[in-house]
Design a protein around this ligand. Structure first.
Ligand SMILES: Cc1cc2nc3c(=O)[nH]c(=O)nc-3n(C[C@H](O)[C@H](O)[C@H](O)COP(=O)(O)OP(=O)(O)OC[C@H]3O[C@@H](n4cnc5c(N)ncnc54)[C@H](O)[C@@H]3O)c2cc1C
Length: 484
């Protein structure tokens, strides 16, 4: 039986491990940390459960498709609840609540801008068509050639690759709050809305059309489900096993080395950050130079706080966005002039609002996220300074005192992304999906220099996010199995 070694245990690696084990390969997954899941690991402290990374469960169809490929359903492993409201956005002078269906969302849009609901319905209709094309046709291609992007449907929409989502939104809506609301979903793709092709409006359909879901017990339930499935299929996991070297003989993969031990393999897939994976190779086998990596546009890093509160909080939902400062200025401070944000926008997740299992009785589990430029200087002082800023604004906007109710807080930032995941410049979400970094223009799934060496994950095809990482694992498996 052919042996495959997989480096890392994020969503993409777990996905690849399942497909390839099902195809009959002997799969060993090597993970440097002591638990699997990569950026989606879990923190449990004093009865509080935190998802360390992803918290938005979007595109439920992609998770369903993944499990269906193995004759399973998500409900065989975890229970999903559709959130209503999906989320709430705090602005300086108002709060926008996004309900769980178009009818409720249209009502809210009408409240803010008369006549906007009919524009919204048309916009989401177009976004739905894009979703169907993107998810069922474009995204399932491995990024080997520009012709993959050419389909009957994309040719008819070619202008949407050259106009930005910002342009499309601003053409239809005038109210800045509605503009921010509609520009928010593409932030998941890691670039400024003004740099993201309008074809990506399919993210707006994912948001308003498909809704926001929560796996009971948190996002880590998906990781547990995928690990269980992988083990059912015969995959072996090795945690606390940092891969030190990818070994090549005469241009062909020979295996990997962990803790001084050689593990022979016929195929190696790295789901660790791409730049780091290449540093595990001798220089002559690396495909991309340091200059190449330096010139890429990365998705943001994040400053994160995991906070246990000793009481239930008021006026908050499961997902809360604080867009009460200048959206454009913060984006410029991430992408154009990287620096700590002058007036940060932030996101707060309280999973215990809808899921009692996430916090002790009468308490609240809070996850605060401030998006920042990758590579910023990260010190304990600056983390504390931003915690104070964010908590002050949170208290002001939600009209309550919470500082005295903080039982503990843990933080995570650039230095942790580097130390824990070998992340390039401490990026949180990989490489942005700009036009110049889409499909065949992203780092390759397949090495051009080493036979039987492959890559997967958010830095390669199709891009950042949990659903794309699941797809990335399938794409790399299809390449190995020569299905594409
Ligand atoms: C704070 C945060 C919030 C997010 N929010 C969302 C969200 O709400 N919704 C969403 O869809 N997406 C979200 N994302 C993005 C999503 O989590 C990622 O796109 C996805 O988890 C990436 O998976 P991956 O397979 O590419 O790799 P990763 O999760 O990065 O896994 C790579 C693994 O490789 C391991 N590794 C590195 N080097 C080595 C080595 N030498 N040897 C062995 N192992 C190694 C690492 O430890 C890690 O476990 C978020 C990400 C972050 C960080």
């Amino acid at each position: 039986m052919k042996k495959i070694a997989i480096i890392g245990s994020g969503f993409s690696s777990l996905s690849a491990s399942c497909y390839l084990a099902k195809a009959g390969y002997e799969i060993n997954v090597f993970e440097k940390n002591d638990t699997v899941g990569g950026r989606a690991r879990q923190l449990i402290k004093d009865g509080f459960t935190f998802d360390i990374g992803p918290s938005w469960y979007w595109m439920p169809d992609i998770f369903e498709k993944f499990f269906k490929d193995f004759g399973k359903k998500t409900t065989d492993y975890y229970q999903l609840d559709k959130l209503d409201p999906a989320y709430k956005i705090f602005f300086k002078d108002d709060i926008i609540t996004i309900g769980d269906c178009m009818e409720k969302i249209c009502e809210e849009f009408e409240r803010i801008e008369t006549g906007s609901s009919s524009h919204l319905k048309r916009f989401i209709g177009k976004a739905q068509e894009n979703y169907d094309i993107a998810i069922n046709k474009v995204v399932l291609r491995p990024g080997l050639s520009p012709t993959e992007l050419v389909t009957k449907e994309t040719v008819l929409r070619v202008d949407q690759f050259f106009k930005s989502i910002s342009y499309e939104v601003r053409k239809r809506f005038k109210n800045p709050k509605l503009i921010s609301t509609l520009e928010f979903p593409v932030l998941f793709l890691g670039a400024k809305p003004s740099k993201t092709p309008s074809f990506y409006s399919f993210m707006n359909f994912a948001d308003f059309g498909l809704g926001t879901w929560h796996p009971r017990g948190g996002m880590y339930e998906i990781i547990k489900a995928m690990k269980n499935l992988a083990e059912e299929l015969g995959v072996t996991f090795h945690t606390q096993s940092p891969v030190e070297r990818i070994l090549v003989e005469k241009g062909n993969i020979s295996g990997i080395r962990t803790k001084g031990t050689f593990h022979p393999a016929d195929v190696v897939i790295s789901g660790a950050d791409y730049h780091h994976s290449e540093t595990l190779l001798e220089k002559q086998y690396r495909q991309y130079s340091e200059v190449y990596w330096k010139n890429k546009t990365y998705a943001p890093s994040s400053l994160l706080f995991y906070v246990g509160f000793d009481k239930k909080l008021e006026n908050v939902e499961h997902h809360n966005l604080f867009f009460d400062t200048n959206f454009e200025l913060h984006a410029e401070e991430i992408y154009d002039h990287p620096q700590w944000p002058s007036e940060p926008l932030f996101y707060v997740n309280f999973p215990s609002v809808t899921d009692a299992s996430m916090a002790p009785k009468g308490c609240e589990t809070g996850f605060f996220l401030v998006p920042i430029a990758p590579g910023l200087e990260d010190t304990p002082e600056v983390r504390q300074q931003y915690f104070d800023i964010v908590i002050d604004r949170f208290e002001k906007r939600t009209g309550q005192n919470v500082k005295k109710s903080v039982l503990f807080k843990e933080s995570f930032c650039v230095n942790d992304f580097i130390e824990q995941y070998n992340s390039y410049k401490g990026n949180a979400y990989g490489m942005a999906n700009t036009l110049k970094q889409t499909a065949f223009l992203r780092p390759n799934l397949k090495s051009k220099k080493v036979k039987n060496l492959y890559f997967t994950g958010q830095l390669t095809v199709p891009g950042p996010g949990v659903p794309p990482s699941l797809i990335s694992g399938k794409l790399v498996s299809d390449l190995i199995l020569k299905k594409v």
